[in-house]
Design a protein around this ligand. Sequence first.
Ligand SMILES: [Fe+2]
Ligand SMILES: [Fe+2]
Length: 152
Amino acid sequence: MSSTQAFRNEHAALLEHVEHLRVAAAQIPEMTPDERGQTTQRILAFLKGTLVPHAEAEERVLYPAVADVLGNAEATATMISDHRAIVARIDALAATDAGDVARLQELLYGIYALLIVHFHKEEDDYLPLLERRPPAEVAAIFERMGGHDHVH
Ligand SMILES: [Fe+2]
Ligand SMILES: [Fe+2]
């Protein structure tokens, strides 16, 4: 098992919820306004309560560790920029009227696409960099992120 498996497990657990955005986006036109409101609130609760704190923990702990391996503090700026783009759309989703079907769909599909690409970059490009560090150090980084290892 690789030293970054706990990070990958956490992402896998998040992705189960992320998948709901794509499903909800497709179903939005058939929903009543009440259902649309409830679905949007449920998704916002996940995004603001779980996903954004995950991103904040990365900026605090994971990204500096990756930047350290790369030898440049600015190396992770593009990924922080992804986080900003995602948060801006979460805020836009929160501000969207439940009757605005087209806008809800646009934002849900948009956030979904950004998240999928962003997660892949972390898993395929950042975690292999982290794996160059001693496993005990990687475990300590995960712990400092406040991570909980999900067993699947
Ligand atoms: Fe991230
Ligand atoms: Fe992440």
